[in-house]
Design a protein around this ligand. Sequence first.
Ligand code: CAA
Length: 382
Amino acid sequence: MIFKLTEEQEMLRNMVRDFAEKECGPTAAERDEKETFDRSIFDKMAELGLTGIVFPEEYGGAGADYISYAIAVEELSRVDASVGVTLSAHTSLGSNPIYKFGTEEQKQKYLVPLAEGKKMGAFGLTEPFAGSDAGGTRTTAVLDGDEWVLNGTKIFITNGGEAEIYVVFAMTDKEAKPKHKGISAFIVEKGTPGFTFGKKEHKLGIRSSPTMELVFDNCRIPKENLLGQLGEGFKIAMVTLDYGRIGIAAQALGIAQGAYEAALNYAKERKQFGQPIANFQAIQFMLADMATEIEAARLLVYRAAYLASQGVRISKEAAMAKMYASDVAMKVTTNAVQIFGGYGYTREFPVERMMRDAKITQIYEGTNEIQRVVISANILKE
Ligand code: CAA
């Protein structure tokens, strides 16, 4: 085991850190306050080769490994978790299922512009009655001649409204037993008649990342936009989420790192009782716990990312990384606010935003309770 990043990975970290601090940091608080998404940040990430980081160069990607991808999401989230999830959802939810399950034609038509960042991707799985129970999908797709006709509603869709390409899951066989074998995956383009956007969510955190409802009302898409095999949709969703959870784990890690650094610097500067508060053991112990737990989370995240690049099944490792890193993010950001005291509770410092942003990492791409279901199912099978 070599606990050392490669030179390329270190260079990437420096590049993304610099980008995040210069291009995202100065406007992060304002975008959070106003709930505004800034597409130009995504365009700049495309110029840096981040939008297709893990995909081969022949598909417009940068051909890097999953550790590099995790580092990129981590560094963006260290400064602005909304930007981190934009890249994560675009890459692992919107683009990766097309890379993994698409035909050559689908890859040329959809993956190439996604990887090049000319288009943005999103993933439509969750529904009002199908959240943790992803197999409970009610959206339907019926074949009519050479077209699939989609009807239904998807909710809580990250990059919704902004993305041009959506991987959407729908029931194609209501009689299938077990029911998940009746679900199929489709590629749907923004602008297709019958596909509109509903409610925009107003959220506690990641407020500059758009979260929208997708509405399909007799939306007709070409027959060839079926992704993978008929009835293979649930498996596609599960495999996609295995990779997606590395992105969320990296996002959580970045949020924790950002809050820890802010708290550490503040503790060294803030004076009470005639001395920096970093001199007090109560603060020192909080910093020690933060630093240790962040390192433990980083090892889990990078290990899951390393395995992802080996092409082996990573359900357990990704779930462990996502569950642990998100819990660390919540704890670290809460204690960072504590170290900042009254100031930490105001919008004058970024730690309150980080604490609000951290919460979603325990919820999306599978709640941490679902991660425990995945982990225990895997360890009992081993
Ligand atoms: N890889 C491959 N196949 C898998 C798999 C995986 N990781 N997980 C399950 N499968 C297969 C199983 O082998 C099984 O196949 P067979 O029928 O052929 O045996 C089939 O799928 C069904 O598996 P389960 O019986 O385990 O399925 P289940 O209905 O009990 O559900 C679950 C399992 C883990 C609870 C799953 O529903 C789940 O992950 N739920 C959470 C959904 C989720 O994460 N949603 C997040 C939405 S996206 C989001 O949040 C995006 C965002 O905003 C950024």
